[in-house]
Design a protein around this ligand. Structure first.
Ligand SMILES: [Zn+2]
Length: 608
């Protein structure tokens, strides 16, 4: 399967380069972006034209002759130097089994040129197969300023005033900007949120004149007709949501449909690449590429594999998986914590989640492949149809199922420091299923606010009243009777997982009862309420617990996580909830313990 995926990634690269051709005839389109500003003016930003060369079977690079094989980054940089001279530095690189990629940025006086990048691709033999560059040749008649006249503070003030923006607090950085007239402006790059449309931008303020001479807009307009994340499935209804409703600009600053710096107008982006088995027609283009609108009307009365329903499935799964990325990013699962992203700062690049919509390899399930290599390899999420109803129903259409799958990437990468080998036993595999259900449960509760209500996994896919698990997750023992000791009855990870998810449902309820609820907990991890505390502790505990943890280990990791983050403030509250579920102090070998540590005298009381 992974060979096919690697081919798919290559196929993506091919798609992106062929895009350049038809547009290049529109001179302004290929070299300018334009943004209308609140004062009625239009700011045009110049992007130097790229050269692009392909070498089919490949050509050698300058280090090819060496006895010892050079690293792909050394080889790529040597080739780029041979084409462009000095004056650049490595920006990023990644390797797949079919190709390796190296990106560099132009530098003058050791300051990067913001709009000048180059890249080289090498095949598995190490030969160079393509090269592109939009590096700028310096005009000897136009001197390049080497130090700024304007201070950083003045640059921020100028950008805020000229663009009617709000400074986001990040320190401005020096950057050159190549201008259309061949001059090179030394600028302060200032990150702002524009007041009139909420877009996040980098404004380039000329460090001599104080004028804004260019802007990069990180916000792409995107509209998707989907079941909102606060709802479960198609029976709850669809809404056409716009960019500002769905994309978190902090977690996804270049939006959801930008891949390697280019808006794909399709279900391809930095976090998620959604595709269907036929790899040559793998991704769904926007129904209206001009506005990046995905607007398929799902019809539950017909087969899920009709063209329109497939389009709806693409949109729903892409939306829910990106939402999972953005939420978890806010809560600290960033590039440097081994998350899944094509590009980013820190960590290794080149690992978005590849999401196989309506995957045909199975039914009545979904799965997630995390490779053992720490970072830099894509995750693979496969969503299946469910064949228990007529017509069949599609796991892609159920938010909880998509969130569940995405959370496997989280738990596999964080347990054991990203090696993806530490949830292999039946018990720890069961915990893995449990966290995934618990994350879906958490998103539903948190999106709806208030106290923690019953939650059913996959109700629409298997309309039994308890979905695809034995019982709803509930504070009522009459609704869900499972406790820790139930684990010994089962020998299958989803069966075991539902017990851990029920434990965490109780923990979540206890935290919300004590610390209250908050409307903004999906995107604001800084407050202290039951929702935010729950997700922080769940994520923190993953990195604390041992490889292949047991239920009592996982519980102890929560207690320690609370000590680390909140100075043990929730210790008794957590112990009471765990003890209620049989995971008290003496819990071991699937024998319930309801004992809490000394000094925790309270009785657990289930929320009304
Ligand atoms: Zn699962």
């Amino acid at each position: 399967m992974f060979a096919a995926l690697r081919a798919f990634l290559l196929c993506l690269a091919a798609v992106s380069s062929s895009h350049a051709a038809p547009w290049s005839t529109f001179v302004q389109h290929s070299t300018h972006s334009a943004r209308s500003l609140p004062n009625g003016l239009t700011l045009k930003t110049y992007h130097p034209k790229s050269t692009f060369e392909v070498y089919e079977r490949g050509v050698p690079h300058p280090l090819s002759g060496r006895a010892e094989k050079a690293s792909f980054t050394d080889a790529g940089m040597a080739f780029l130097h041979s084409k462009l001279g000095d004056g650049m530095s490595l920006r990023s690189g990644f390797e797949s089994s079919h190709a390796s990629h190296v990106y560099a940025v132009q530098k003058i006086n050791d300051i990067p040129v913001a709009n000048a990048v180059t890249n080289v691709v090498m095949n598995t033999k190490g030969d160079v197969v393509s090269f592109s560059s939009n590096f700028v040749k310096l005009n000897s008649f136009a001197p390049v300023p080497s130090s700024p006249k304007l201070s950083k503070e003045d640059a921020v003030a100028a950008a805020v005033q000229q663009l009617e923006g709000r400074h986001l607090g990040e320190e401005p950085e020096l950057a050159y900007l190549a201008l259309e007239d061949g001059k090179m402006a030394l600028t302060h790059s200032v990150r702002l949120e524009l007041r009139h449309d909420g877009h996040w931008v980098d404004a380039y303020v000329d460090a001599e004149t104080g004028d804004v001479v260019g802007m990069v807009d990180y916000t792409t307009e995107l509209s998707m007709r989907v079941v909102p994340i606060s709802r479960a499935d198609p029976t709850d209804g669809f809404q056409l949501l716009s960019d500002s409703d769905i994309v978190d600009p902090k977690a996804s600053p270049s939006g959801w449909t930008t891949f390697q710096g280019e808006n794909k107008h399709a279900t391809i982006g930095n976090n998620i690449v959604a595709f269907k088995a036929n790899l040559t027609a793998a991704v769904l283009p926007a129904s209206d590429p001009a506005t990046d609108t995905f607007d398929a009307e799902f019809d539950p009365t017909t087969d899920p594999t009709t063209d329109t329903n497939v389009a709806a499935a693409f949109a729903q799964a892409f939306y829910a998986a990106n939402t999972a990325h953005d939420i978890l990013y806010r809560y600290g699962w960033t590039e440097s914590a081994f998350n899944f992203q094509q590009d980013g700062t820190g960590g290794t690049n080149g690992d978005p989640v590849l999401l196989s919509v309506q995957d045909v390899t199975d039914f009545n399930n979904a799965n997630f492949v995390t490779l053992a290599e720490v970072d830099g390899k894509p995750g693979l999420m496969r969503m299946f149809l469910f064949n228990v109803t007529t017509p069949f129903r599609d796991g892609d259409m159920v938010n909880g199922v998509v969130l569940h799958e995405y959370a496997h990437g989280l738990t596999n990468r964080l347990t054991g420091g990203g090696n993806a080998k530490c949830l292999q036993t039946i018990e720890s595999g069961g915990l893995g299923e449990g966290w995934s259900d618990a994350f879906a449960d958490w998103v539903a509760q948190t999106a709806n606010g208030g106290h923690v209500a019953n939650f059913i996994t996959g109700e629409w896919l298997n309309p039994t009243g308890h979905g695809i698990r034995d019982f709803p997750y509930s504070h009522s023992r009459a609704v869900n009777p499972y406790t820790y000791s139930t684990v010994k009855q089962f020998n299958e990870v989803h069966k075991i997982g539902q017990i851990w998810a029920q434990v965490l449902h109780i923990v979540h309820g206890a935290l919300v009862q004590t610390l209250g609820s908050a409307d903004d907990a999906l995107t604001n991890p800084d407050a202290e309420n039951g929702h935010t505390v729950f997700l922080h502790l769940m994520i923190d505990a993953l990195s604390i617990q041992p490889c292949n943890p047991t239920f009592p280990d996982a519980r102890l990791a929560w207690i320690q996580a609370d000590q680390n983050r909140y100075d043990g403030k929730n210790r008794c509250n957590l112990w009471l909830a765990f003890a209620y579920m049989g995971l008290g102090v003496d819990a071991a070998d699937f024998v319930d313990s309801h004992k809490v540590p000394e000094g925790c005298p309270l009785q657990y009381a289930a929320p009304a």
